[in-house]
Design a protein around this ligand. Sequence first.
Ligand code: EPS
Length: 389
Amino acid sequence: MEFVTAGESHGPCLTAIVSGVPAGLSISERQINSDLARRQSGYGRGGRQNIETDTVNVLSGVRFGKTLGSPITLQVVNRDWKNWTERMSVFGPAPDDLVREVTPRPGHADLVGVLKRNSDDCRDILERSSARETAARVAAAGIAREFLAELGVDVFSYVTRVGSVAMHEDDPMAQAATYRQLDIETSSMRCPDPDATLEMEGEVDDAKEAGESLGGQFRVVVTGLVPGLGDYSAGPRRLTSKLGAAMFAIPAIKGVEFGLGFEASRRVGSQVHDPITLGKDGYTRSSNNAGGLEGGMTSGQPLIITAAMKPIPTLTKPLNTINIDTLKPELASKERSDTCAVPAAAVVAESEVAFVLANAYMEMFGSSNMTDIKAAMDAYKQRLKTMSR
Ligand code: EPS
């Protein structure tokens, strides 16, 4: 399963084409729309989210609610486009009164992008490097999520840190899969701890007041996985490498940890590795410090990935930059932006992870149609049962 997205932040729409989807998978617009709404949520988002109510139009590849096995086209219309028709016109000369973006924002793709593309307008770059594009990814991954749901796999995320405020967890690897999704989704920061949520909101208020932006950390948790997805036999086939690449494909992600992550490097072996035991359903572990990955494969325990997001580069109290026209020092441009988008980034990360896992399932159990895939998975599960009896 592959996807490609297209579309500028203030163009007419965002589009995603998802290919390689098995036939016979039930798709619901409602489910994709609820993921799109979650991506728009979070305390600290900017004015754009008041303009947009992202919803998906499914334009190909689905008939009577089920996938055909042909490419699926998904469209998310940009409601803000109506305010940008002249500045973002597809054809015709640029308007005489066009104001070019000439003060690149440190931390964004603006400067390196204009150098690379030989452009005199940072807007040529920022329209695509904007995290608005992630709406298309979330829509695309809606297909992967439906696929995983049919195989009994659930993907969720929660925010653990915003700036200097961290949610307290005694043993994150033991707790991560136990949070109630209702508690996460009803928190304005998508954090299951109500006290931490309030503190995070305060942190956002202070940052906004100071013209600052904030990053943070979140975890993606996946339950219901079969053991053995991925491979140990070659580096690029390790699920860890694929998941790592997918996480770093999200704008602003600066660090990714699997399971205990960096903490594992500080402990002795016996305090890291998860003892193997036999439970009623076969082999299991008495802890999950590995975060569900061993030897580049799923262990059958919940997959737990933690990621760190840097603060958004657009500041209302901007940093110094150089005007690319005059080559004189100036303050960076003040694009409308978010103070904090960590809760949204966590939803995007769910999407990236879902795509990787959907592919890992198809690699193992086939890709033509859901009936055959489920039969292959059931046979595999049956064999695992007999191996632990
Ligand atoms: C975003 C839409 C954008 C930004 C944000 C993400 O809207 P606009 O640029 O029209 O205000 O709010 O983009 C960035 C954080 C960024 O760095 O580019 C969205 O829909 O997620």
